[in-house]
Design a protein around this ligand. Structure first.
Ligand code: AMP
Length: 303
């Protein structure tokens, strides 16, 4: 079992879906990722929050396998983001993104964490992602995520960091935007030429497509009757996916495909309640049971 070093946003989110609203709740890419991945292995977070992030809010990380030595608390406001979803939950408008303390942030990987073998570069400025990579010595696997916000504003910096990434985990619209290709199979090839040998495309309620030079693996999303808030589903998927890889020896096809299903399993819980709420009350037994449900959902015989 290997630990994971993760950089990304820790945020205050405001969310509006057709089913309700949540204001000023703890969110952020690194938060969803680390809570999900901590079901599988130890996670070391590198991020920043402002003085407005209270000890009570810090409790989301408490009692989990999450090390906060690399989480800085500095004067100023925590990152803030507001998203609003359309009726079918497939489209989301970003109403605002305030980087706040992330504007001046310089990530510092604690000396004891510089040899961490798995690195997750969560959604944040690609220069910050690169600064984390500069501070770790020859990791076994570098996985990354990004977002339209960075694809549009910092395309060159993102290209630079992608050259150093093994696995990119992004959603379908981001894959299209990054590659300039509408067709996802073509888009994957273009993106794999940018650096990542393995690409995992998240397609919301339609599931996930994993692509490599030598083939594909696709998994559906769990059909759920209660879907309240998709926020963080992507980062939660990444937490389950990378968490599972880090908790296993080797990276055989079997381990990779199981990692996709564990990622999908974790994401299926994240959407069942607002913000982090469902993940915070999730148990390992529930994870295991839903993983088995996925097996029944996708299994068929060929005779
Ligand atoms: P997801 O729904 O998986 O795309 O992730 C949503 C999370 O990403 C929210 O908790 C936000 O706080 C965070 N987020 C939104 N926009 C950005 C951004 N531009 N950079 C970093 N994190 C962001």
């Amino acid at each position: 079992m290997h630990p994971i070093l993760a950089i990304g946003s820790v945020a205050f989110d405001s969310i509006k879906t057709p089913f309700g609203e949540a204001a000023h709740v703890v969110g952020g890419a690194a938060t969803y990722f680390s809570v999900a991945a901590s079901f599988f292995t130890d996670v070391r977070v590198v991020a920043v929050v402002g003085e407005d992030f209270t000890d009570e809010q810090m409790q989301v990380f408490a009692g989990r396998r999450i090390d906060l030595a690399g989480l800085q608390r500095v004067p100023g406001h925590t990152f803030r983001w507001r998203g609003e979803y359309s009726f079918d939950l497939n489209n989301r408008d970003t109403i605002y993104t305030y980087l706040n303390v992330f504007e001046e942030f310089r990530p510092v990987v604690p000396a004891a964490h510089r040899e961490t073998p798995f690195v997750f570069l969560g959604n944040i400025h690609p220069v910050l992602q690169a600064e984390v990579l500069d501070q770790v010595s020859s990791p076994r696997l570098v996985a990354a995520d990004s977002m339209n916000y960075w694809i549009e504003r910092t395309p060159d910096e993102l290209r630079d960091v992608l050259r150093r990434v093994d696995v990119l985990i992004i959603n379908d619209s981001e894959a299209r935007e990054l590659s300039g290709e509408a067709n996802l199979v073509k888009a994957s090839r273009v993106i794999r030429d940018m650096g990542p040998k393995l690409l995992v495309i998240k397609r919301g309620e339609y599931g996930v497509l994993m692509t490599r030079d030598d083939g594909f693996f696709a998994a559906p999303a769990m059909p759920l009757e209660e879907v309240f808030d998709p926020t963080g589903a992507g980062d939660t998927f990444a937490g389950g996916f990378v968490g599972y890889l880090a908790s296993h020896r080797g990276m055989s096809d079997q381990v990779l495909t199981q990692a996709v299903i564990y990622g999908s399993t974790m994401a299926s819980f994240a959407v069942e309640d607002f913000g982090l709420d469902r993940l915070l009350r999730l148990t390992p037994e529930e994870v295991r049971a839903r993983f088995s449900q996925f097996k029944r959902l996708t299994h068929f015989d060929d005779v």
